[in-house]
Design a protein around this ligand. Structure first.
Ligand code: ADP
Ligand code: MG
Ligand code: ZN
Length: 607
């Protein structure tokens, strides 16, 4: 194959060498000839030391007479326009002639036009090429090539690659159809939505869906990330938008995909300092979307996980007027996603994907894809030819809690503390009504900081929690510390994460879920973002805020006491299980429940 890059460099070197040679030539010529004064020249003529003179418009080239064996040294002097020059030369018997200016048009053209252009291009490339490399790509390309770079003729993705997002797919099918046969729609005079906004938490498959739409419709896919528009020079983002739409228009039907559109589409109001560059880019985008002929089969898709900060102008009819929600997958969705990703790997036939899906509430597509890969890596590590259930189960824990860290050595005392702490969580969970069953208790430390943990798994996906369930959750979270208190009568730092989560839940009960008597159904906080976990926004006075703290504290105190009571009343059972845990390091849910049932406490609880 013809290696284009190599050729380019060879060309560069050739031009460079030519320039160097030319410069050398000038210098050498200068060294061989000698400049003299005009009166010196006249003297030489008078003394008959000159053999020949070549007269040109601005200089006289003098060839002196030489004696035998002497080297010829050419001299020159300026043409001062001496009217007696010819007379003098004639009397001195010097041969002379006038140099006819070189009128070869090709040569002139080359020297006056072509050569300088070549030289400047070469120098420009050299300097800006370096600059470009230093400052990151695209500084000097002014957005020209960037859009092209991201153009894919075939994304290779189809709806079959996206699982668990059936509603989202359904709303995109129409767009695919429009791209397929636009005339069907234009004949009747229908205008299709120009843009659709994919909204959802990170990792749920928004980018994937956009690619799948292009893949299904078999049209080119122009993609760019919002942050790429906001560049270092003002005006460049707008230029890029223009460029992108121009290229797309040439390639219609096609899809333009703007990922992370919130980077440019941030609401302009309430932003005093302003960001000129972003605003210009956004305005350009709006202008391009309006200017676009809606009968032209170009569809603009955009993705964001922060829809609430988008400028209202973007969401107006005729722009991104369609919203496609790409939410966290449910149980069935997770299983379907697992199956999609398992297609790419070898796995044992008795793999129970439903169990894995059950064990991963809240996981998004990206997590599940990652889990399958982790499982495959683990299978290789254990020199197996296929993934087994255990690999996937371990992969879930790796994603949740980090890798096992078996080499971390804990003192026996610390181990004992951790064991009682974890059993505390588990036992409170088992002895409270209506809680999720315990799946696993372990005291094997993990890389992500956990010294041990208790895993509870819901039997099915839950979208609502009752007040009682939330209170139980808090008790379970505080059960770890409660166990330390009951058993050792001393407390450790190991409960910090539990405390954080328990407090969060208790506070939300008061401020967002209307579950405190004090505030009834008054909303005191609202989530700052539906799809990302950010700090909620408080909308109440400082006085109220102080009362919220009080209410939250009451809930926590009550739940803490409840956990302590449960463990105090079942101290023997707790010690029993903790000893088993210390011995085995990990106890699975069934075994744990077996011990609890044997002890007979459940009967007294009528559970
Ligand atoms: P987002 O753009 O929403 O943040 P991506 O589309 O980039 O998420 O997803 C990242 C990866 O996670 C995808 O490449 C894919 O491998 C996997 N993934 C995410 N969602 C799904 C899904 N619904 N079905 C199959 N795979 C998915
Ligand atoms: Mg994405
Ligand atoms: Zn804990």
């Amino acid at each position: 194959m013809f290696d284009n890059k190599k050729f380019k460099y060879t060309a560069y070197y050739a031009v460079g060498a030519a320039i160097v040679l030319m410069i050398l030539n000038f210098v050498l010529v200068d060294m061989k000839t000698q400049s003299i004064k005009y009166n010196e020249f006249l003297q030489m003529v008078n003394e008959k030391r000159v053999e020949e003179v070549q007269i040109s418009r601005d200089r006289l080239i003098i060839i002196p007479k030489t004696e035998e064996g002497q080297k010829k040294k050419i001299m020159y002097t300026g043409n001062v326009g001496d009217p007696q020059l010819i007379e003098n030369l004639k009397t001195a018997g010097v041969t002379f002639n006038s140099v006819v200016p070189d009128n070869n048009p090709f040569k002139n053209f080359f020297i006056n036009w072509v050569l300088p252009i070549i030289m400047f291009t070469f120098l420009g490339r050299l300097i800006f090429g370096r600059l470009d490399k230093k400052l990151g790509s695209g500084v000097m390309s002014f957005g020209k090539n960037t859009a092209k770079l991201y153009a894919e003729n075939e994304t290779g993705k189809t709806f079959a690659d996206v699982a668990g997002q059936d509603e989202a797919k359904e709303s995109l099918v129409e767009i695919v159809d429009f791209l397929h046969q636009p005339q069907k729609y234009t004949e009747i005079g229908a205008k299709l939505p120009k843009g659709a906004l994919l909204v959802g938490p990170p990792g749920t498959g928004k980018t994937l869906l956009a690619k799948a739409v292009a893949g299904e419709a078999k049209v080119p896919f122009f993609s760019m990330s919002g942050s790429e528009f906001v560049e270092m020079f003002v005006g460049m983002g707008a230029a890029r938008v223009r460029d992108l739409f121009k290229q797309a228009a040439e390639k219609a039907p096609c899809i333009i995909f703007i990922d992370e559109i919130d980077a440019i589409g941030k609401s302009r109001e309430g932003n005093i300092s302003g960001n000129d560059e972003r605003e210009q880019t956004l305005n350009q985008l709006l202008a391009e979307m309006d200017g676009f002929d809606s009968t032209k089969p170009v569809v603009i898709l955009a993705a964001t996980n922060r829809p609430e900060i988008l400028d209202k102008a973007l969401l107006r009819p005729g722009r991104f007027d369609r919203r496609v929600i790409v939410d966290r997958p449910d149980l069935k969705g997770r299983e379907a996603i697992l199956k999609v990703h398992l297609k790419a790997v070898k796995y044992s036939e008795d793999l129970n994907t439903e169990a894995i899906a059950k064990a991963t509430p809240g996981a998004v597509g990206a997590d599940l894809a990652n889990m399958v890969n982790e499982a495959a890596l683990r299978a290789v590590k254990h020199s197996r030819k296929e993934i087994i259930q255990e690999d996937l189960e371990e992969a879930i824990e790796v994603i949740i809690a980090g890798k096992e860290k078996k080499d971390r050595i804990m003192s026996d005392k610390e181990k004992k503390t951790v064991a009682f702490h974890e059993v505390g969580h588990a036992l409170v969970a088992a002895l409270l009504k209506g809680t999720d069953p315990v799946h696993k208790i372990t005291i094997v430390p993990r890389t992500m900081g956990a010294l041990g943990y208790t895993m509870q798994l819901p039997e099915e996906d839950k979208y609502l929690s009752t007040k009682e369930e939330l209170l139980n959750q808090i008790s379970i979270l505080l059960g770890g510390r409660a166990a330390e208190e009951v058993e050792f009568d001393s407390i450790s730092t190991g409960a910090s994460n539990d405390i954080e989560r328990a407090t969060q839940t208790a506070r939300s009960m008061v401020t967002m879920y209307g579950m405190s008597d004090r505030f009834d159904m008054m909303g005191l906080e609202s989530p700052s973002n539906r799809y990302l976990d950010g700090r909620p926004v408080q909308n109440c006075s400082a006085e109220t805020s102080a009362i919220i703290d009080e209410e939250t504290l009451n809930i926590i105190k009550e739940a803490h006491q409840k956990a302590k009571d449960i463990l105090k009343n079942n101290r023997e059972l707790m010690t029993n299980i903790a000893e088993r845990l210390l011995e085995k390091e990990t106890i699975m849910g069934d075994e744990f429940m077996e011990i609890v049932k044997e002890s007979g406490v459940l009967e007294s609880l009528d559970k």
